[in-house]
Design a protein around this ligand. Structure first.
Ligand SMILES: C[S@@+](CC[C@H](N)C(=O)[O-])C[C@H]1O[C@@H](n2cnc3c(N)ncnc32)[C@H](O)[C@@H]1O
Length: 461
């Protein structure tokens, strides 16, 4: 256990899932749509994943009659509502004969009222008034919907936020990770006992008034002996954990298991299943990769990587007989019938990027976006907000601000947005001027996936 004598504990050591869900509900509860100042997702600005989902949904529903004349779609953990907005727009566009879209009811479900307030104000979603509603729910403890009433469930990057335990194997014994949040005594310069009480009681109203304290939390860790027999899905877990290499922390996403159980109850027979996208390990060899990360912190939000081989085993145990998993890129690629990559991957393959300071990387990213915008035309209008990082020198700060201002509103919508190989090669001339060689571009589309990657998984009856 690491000890920091100068720091003040904000509570007791508890299993990692307990503190993780505690801080995440504070994070989402006080930040609302501001969450995207701390992280982007593949759906928060881009439309391509949402369009791929809409096209897949249309293919499976056109010409069919929904039960009770309504196709009910639920999305769990909705962020700014962009996925729903783009999904509905694409569905409406391809449904020339109005056979599917008019019968859709899209339910945006989220635990945070602040988040839902933001989604209701999303102009892309507002265009679909009458076709959607919002409901405040906890995806791990859902009990407000009628069983067998939902056609399709979608979630993007929610499982990594839900309760996750961490298991470590050592000489055939198992150890569970415990966490304890600490903060520096001079951080708030004030009444520490009151703050600790507000933090422990999740007093969102008072916590929202404080300076940003979540990213100042220091997490201490400890591992304690544990028996797996009283963990959820103990039999599946015991068999899965036989293959763990010693000393590698393994995330056990118990919140995702609970969400899957709820999904099974809610989906109609012959439903289109539960489709999830998240960040984690696709195969056992990725789980057993020495040194692979197992958690991440974004502005105080505490996320764990998803253990997809175990999630599949649990899904089958729950009764989903068809489970498929693949890299998320492949899902978008199959829909567009073209190779795809994210702009970030392209920039990461620039020959000089490794030696650049952060602000020069920002300038390269903005120039790369500008080069791609010579050929890319987004179906949606939206200006990318690209502030300079703290610490950026004045000259580069000015350059970043000017480059960002000049980005086209119909250009590539995000730094993680999907671009096709054809689009990138069509912009080869301006990209060459920035120093990209053809082999760098090829590498962006064909590098071997990292042990922690974005994954698509589908659970069906
Ligand atoms: C990482 S954000 C992803 C948002 C959006 N799906 C996207 O990809 O941009 C996680 C979302 O899940 C929500 N969330 C977290 N825990 C939840 C829970 N237990 N039940 C329902 N929603 C939850 C958060 O409020 C937030 O909207």
């Amino acid at each position: 256990m690491t000890r920091s004598p100068d720091l003040i504990p904000l509570g007791e050591f508890k299993p990692s899932d307990q503190w993780q869900t505690h801080v995440n509900s504070i994070f989402y509860g006080i930040k609302g749509p501001e969450i995207h100042n701390h992280f982007q997702t593949y759906v928060s600005l881009d439309h391509r994943l949402a369009h791929a989902l809409a096209e897949d949904f249309f293919k499976h529903t056109v010409g069919k009659q929904p039960e009770g004349r309504v196709w009910t779609i639920q999305e769990w953990g909705v962020g700014n509502g962009n996925l729903a907005g783009c999904f509905l727009t694409r569905l409406q566009e391809i449904d020339f004969n109005k056979q599917v879209y008019p019968f859709i009811h899209y339910v945006l479900c989220d635990e945070s009222e602040e988040i839902l307030k933001g989604t209701r104000a999303n102009p892309r979603l507002q265009q679909h008034e009458g076709r959607f509603s919002t409901v405040r729910i906890d995806a791990e403890h859902l009990d407000c919907f009628r069983p067998k009433s939902v056609t399709k469930i979608i979630s993007n990057e929610i499982w990594d936020d839900l309760a996750t335990k961490v298991l470590l194997k050592h000489e055939n014994q198992f150890y569970e990770e415990y966490l304890c949040p600490h903060i520096s005594p001079d951080f708030l310069n004030g009444d520490m006992p009151t703050f600790i009480q507000q933090f422990q009681q999740k007093n969102l109203e008072e916590l929202a008034k404080l300076p940003s304290f979540l990213d100042a939390i220091h997490w201490e860790r400890d591992f304690q002996r544990v028996e797996l027999s009283d963990w959820p899905f103990a039999k599946v877990l015991q068999s899965h954990s036989q293959n763990f290499k010693d000393e590698i922390p393994m995330p056990i996403n118990t919140g995702a298991f609970a969400a899957l159980e709820k999904a099974k109850e809610l989906l109609t027979s012959n439903s289109l299943g539960y489709t999830g996208f998240d960040y984690g390990m696709l195969e056992f060899q990725d789980l057993n990769q020495v040194g692979r990360p197992y958690f991440n912190l974004y502005g105080g939000q505490y996320t764990f990587m998803v253990n997809f081989p175990l999630l599949e085993d649990v899904g089958r145990e729950i009764g989903f007989s068809k489970v498929t998993r693949e890299y998320q890129n492949n899902f978008v690629k199959s829909s567009l019938k073209e190779e795809v990559s994210g702009v970030v991957e392209l920039v990461q393959n620039h020959p000089q990027v490794a030696n650049m300071p952060g602000w020069d990387r920002d300038i390269l990213m903005l120039r790369t976006l500008q080069a791609l915008n010579t050929v890319y035309h987004s179906p949606y209008s939206g200006k990318l907000n690209y502030p300079a990082m703290p610490g950026t020198p004045k000259k580069q700060r000015k350059q970043i601000s000017q480059l960002a201002q000049n980005l086209s509103a119909r250009g590539v919508p995000d730094t993680v947005a999907y671009v096709t190989k054809e689009e990138v090669f069509a912009a080869l001339k301006p990209l060459r001027k920035l120093g990209y060689r053809e082999k760098d571009i090829e590498a962006a589309f064909h590098s071997p996936p990292a042990p922690v990657s974005f994954i698509h998984i589908q659970f069906k009856d």
